[in-house]
Write a protein that binds this ligand. Structure first.
Ligand code: NIG
Ligand code: FE
Length: 411
């Protein structure tokens, strides 16, 4: 057989095991040294020792020169589509005004809502494409993207349509999430239940036009209560949508427990998750999506208790939370560094968290996050001597070459 591409002389080929990986299992990362990988028709066709590759024929041979190859990274929590930007809020942040207070004053998420309503579909599309390219350049080949900056039917649908168009036009795989209940818009101030009904009323359209595969809600003080979140999640599940939740990010309300109760595919943030919540997660199939970039960017000292989660048996993944206010970076490698420094995760746990477990957190566990014969050839060649080097050398881009289904999408 003549392969399309052969990548030889790989120092370390990272082969995360089948997931989701819970607790102790997250410590296992299979690493094949002196390896090679062959690609045919966009799929992984062969994986083995480099010496066996010497006889193989390929149209294109890429010499990895002893460096690291991993599966394409999966970013399971992003707010990719939005209008405007919020650099103007820096002074308020520096003065110590809390995130939820900025929101209460009509800034924060609500300022992005204004900008998103005022931006055309084409404008949002162009802007999102720019961010998406940057994500790809940092090694991401699959991601999740949420709506939630419309907070009205028209704008939420506009955001979701942008994601659909990115899926059709772009190289990356995107899982779309409807986050209509992301904040309470000014026109529904003090009437959160009515607003929630309005968002629940949209679900039929979302499902009919296949605009999202999950529903998500911001369960937080001053936003939506646990009871309101339960109501929304039930409505999603009844229509066949999966559910996710922004849970216990700032205050410990019990969103983590609710995620488990509802069989959520993921529970995200979890900085203030209770001990009971962590135990419930460990006993469930819900994936914990931790977002240390957000804790860092909000200037907080306390990070999600990743160690307690993993040590008690939960499946943990990591994401950027890329958004215009609480975490403005497309660089998942930076999040890997924060996971090492602040969440005290080991390099093996970190790699599993941004590949196989991240894929499970968005319902793509069977397709993404792993390299195996027959699966899509989504991979990254990294300019590093070993896999522990990426969390270690922080704030820069280590990706040398990024492939999606065997095609170079960034070099
Ligand atoms: O996940 N916490 C709520 N939502 C986003 C932030 C969105 C924003 O500030 O624009 C988050 O951090
Ligand atoms: Fe978020």
């Amino acid at each position: 057989m003549i392969y399309d591409t052969l990548i030889n002389r790989i120092g370390q080929l990272l082969l995360p095991a089948e997931g989701p990986l819970k607790g102790e299992d997250m410590k296992q990362l299979v690493v094949l040294e002196d390896a090679a990988i062959a690609i045919k028709d966009g799929k992984v066709a062969w994986i083995g020792q480099n010496e066996k590759a010497a006889q193989m024929e390929a149209r294109q041979v890429i010499d990895a020169m002893g460096r690291v190859v991993s599966p394409g990274l999966v970013d399971p929590h992003t707010h990719l589509v939005f209008g405007g930007s919020r650099e103007g809020e820096l002074a308020m942040k520096q003065a110590g005004v809390p995130y939820l207070e900025i929101l209460k004053q009509g800034g924060g998420i609500l300022s992005t809502v204004k900008a998103t309503r005022a931006t055309s579909e084409e404008g949002l599309l162009e802007k999102a494409k720019f961010f998406l390219n940057r994500m790809a350049s940092h090694g991401v080949t699959t991601l999740e993207a949420k709506s939630g900056y419309g907070l009205d039917r028209e704008t939420e649908l506009k955001q979701l349509r942008v994601v659909s168009r990115l899926k059709e036009e772009g190289a990356l795989d995107i899982v779309s999430t409807f986050l209509g209940p992301h904040a309470i818009p000014p026109e529904y101030k003090d009437r959160p239940d009515e607003f929630l009904s309005e968002m629940i009323g949209m679900l039929d359209d979302v499902v009919r036009d296949d605009l999202a595969s999950c529903g998500d809600i911001f369960c937080e003080t001053g936003v939506f209560t646990v009871e309101q979140s339960r109501r929304f999640m039930k409505a999603c599940l009844e229509l066949g949508l999966g559910v996710k939740i922004h849970a216990d990010e700032i205050d410990s309300l019990g969103g983590t427990e609710l995620a488990v109760e509802m069989g959520a595919i993921s529970a995200d943030h979890l900085v203030a998750a209770s001990e009971e919540g962590i135990q419930a997660l460990a006993d469930s199939s819900t994936i914990a999506v931790l977002l240390p970039g957000t804790t860092f960017y909000l200037g907080k000292d306390e990070y999600a208790k990743a160690r307690a989660m993993i040590d008690s048996g939960a499946a943990v993944s990591l994401a950027t939370d890329f958004n215009p206010g609480s975490c403005v970076t497309e660089n998942l490698q930076m999040i890997m560094s924060l996971a090492g420094l602040k969440l005290k995760m080991t390099p093996e746990e970190i790699w599993n968290a941004v590949t196989v477990n991240a894929a499970w957190a968005i319902g793509k566990g069977e397709d993404a996050g792993r390299l195996e014969v027959g699966k899509d050839a989504d991979l990254v060649l990294w300019d590093v001597p070993n896999y522990s080097y990426i969390p270690y050398h922080y704030g820069v881009n280590h990706a040398n070459l990024v492939m999606k289904r065997g095609e170079k999408i960034w070099e």
